[in-house]
Design a protein. Structure first.
Length: 164
């Protein structure tokens, strides 16, 4: 499964190398579990296997589980990461998971979307895992600003795709 290998630094300067499908949400969870704020240094698309390989390479710098002391190898990895505010998490164009990515980018919760369009939040969860019903796409577009072509490119081609 593809997700992101991320680097999160705590207030003491230790760096957590981990894997997540949503590094920004993972940062939020880590911050809620710790007494001092952490910051997302960056992330790159990768697999669990790549995260595990990175852990093996950094074994000599391990502080506690997935937290590492800064050193030349870790600093090199961090220097190659794009800053988190410039990289979009969503890389899919339609399909499973796309809806939550788009909602998250607009700071809209699935429950908030459900309420805005008069549907149950379980329906929104189903749409995230599969396809959004054609008759609902325009409602979501109106409530969130997410283009219909992003939600269902098979039914609503983008103007760029239509011109090509």
């Amino acid at each position: 499964m593809t997700g992101y290998v991320y680097a999160i630094e705590n207030a003491v300067g230790f760096v957590k190398i981990g894997w997540s499908t949503d590094p920004k949400r993972r940062l939020s969870k880590i911050n809620s579990d710790t007494s001092s704020p952490c910051k997302l240094l960056g992330y790159v698309e990768g697999t669990l296997e790549q995260e595990t390989a990175l852990h093996r390479m950094l074994q000599s710098e391990v502080e506690h589980r997935e937290w590492f002391r800064r050193g030349p190898l870790l600093d090199h990895f961090i220097s190659m990461l794009p800053p988190p505010e410039t990289k979009k998490i969503c890389t899919r164009k339609g399909g499973p998971g796309r809806l939550y990515d788009a909602l998250h980018a607009r700071n809209i919760t699935p429950a908030g979307l459900a309420k805005a369009i008069g549907r149950h939040r379980v329906a929104v969860s189903r749409w995230n895992k599969g396809r959004i019903p054609a008759e609902t796409v325009r409602q979501i577009e109106a409530a969130t600003g997410i283009p219909a072509s992003d939600l269902r490119p098979d039914l609503f081609p983008s103007s760029e795709g239509a011109a090509a």
